[in-house]
Ligand binder design. Structure first.
Ligand code: AMP
Length: 294
């Protein structure tokens, strides 16, 4: 039998608290659904570390800007519930907009500085939407650990900051990016790429790998690394750079000299589709990194 999703905050919070009262640890994986192997790796990390795993599926309207892809965002609840069950999820929370944003709702969670750069600069209001929904989800699902993908690097930073600043009683876990064979980070937005666009999209990972290789070879000048990455992206005729930055892993400020605190981040547009990716320079290839605390 497929897991039956619950839309009731009281039911979900009650179940989580009952598990914890029995001494069980609870992991939480927030998603917007249309599950792929990237999401499943978060679920598997939670199932591996926690006694119970809660998955939420909610396409959060407040994190989409005007003209963004909210309407065409894929929704496949039944298929997602099957995949969740097969991968060990115990409870699926699938709230409505009315539950998440009750009539008259006027409270938001925001942040200074961290949310206005990179993705925040390209997508004004995006992180206010993300922080508000994650804070509310964590209030409904009072889990011991919450799992986020390295793929959305800035999201892991702003959520980690919120958890610290608001003393939320949850441990944030970051799971390495899952990639296709050619290195493209899995994303539901990849489905919008046509064959030629999909082919050229591999330049993101090639540019990031180039940055890693230059760093390993001793290059410490961010301008040199950026220029090499830009060359790779520009060679792909359908790809337009939104930004390429090398930033500090906590402050998100551009670094003057590259160290292993740096993360290389980039965003591009390919046709109608906007893709992001990143490469932390901490030590080794992130494919071999273990799950980390932030
Ligand atoms: P989304 O449904 O896009 O909001 O993503 C839900 C969670 O899955 C977020 O924490 C994402 O960072 C994570 N995620 C998405 N794609 C990947 C991927 N390719 N590898 C690892 N985590 C991912």
């Amino acid at each position: 039998m497929t897991l039956r999703p619950s839309g009731s905050p009281d039911e979900v919070r009650g179940t989580v608290k009952a598990w914890q009262a029995e001494g069980l640890t609870v992991g939480f994986v927030p998603t917007m659904g249309a599950l792929h192997e990237g999401h499943l790796s978060l679920i598997r990390a939670s199932v591996g570390e926690c006694d119970r795993t809660v998955l939420s599926i909610y396409v959060n309207p407040t994190q989409f800007g005007r003209g963004e892809d909210l309407k065409r965002y894929p929704r496949r609840l039944e298929q997602d519930c099957r995949a969740a069950e097969q991968n060990g999820v115990d409870l699926v929370f699938c709230p409505t907009n009315e539950v998440m944003y009750p009539a008259g709702s006027t409270t938001y969670v925001s942040q200074d500085s961290l949310i206005d750069v990179l993705e925040g600069a390209s997508r004004p209001g995006h992180f206010r939407g993300v922080l508000t929904v994650v804070c509310k989800l964590l209030s409904i699902v009072p889990a011991d650990r919450a799992y986020f993908g390295q793929k959305d690097f800035q999201q892991t930073v702003v959520v980690g900051r919120m958890v610290k600043d608001l003393s939320l009683p949850v441990s944030v876990r970051v799971v390495p990016t899952v990639r296709d064979a050619d290195g493209l980070a899995l994303s539901s937005r990849n489905d919008h790429l046509d064959q030629q666009e999909r082919h050229q999209a591999s330049c993101l990972h090639r540019a990031l790998t180039k940055a890693l290789q230059l760093y390993r070879d001793g290059e410490r000048n961010p301008l040199t690394v950026r220029a090499a990455m830009q060359g790779i992206i520009e060679a792909a005729s359908l790809v337009r750079t939104d930004y390429i930055e090398i930033v500090d892993c906590e402050t998100l400020e551009p670094v003057k000299e590259i160290t292993d605190r740096a993360v290389v981040v980039l965003a591009v547009r390919i046709g109608q589709t906007r893709l992001i990716d990143n490469m932390p320079l901490v030590g080794t290839d992130p494919k071999t990194d273990e799950v980390d605390d932030t």
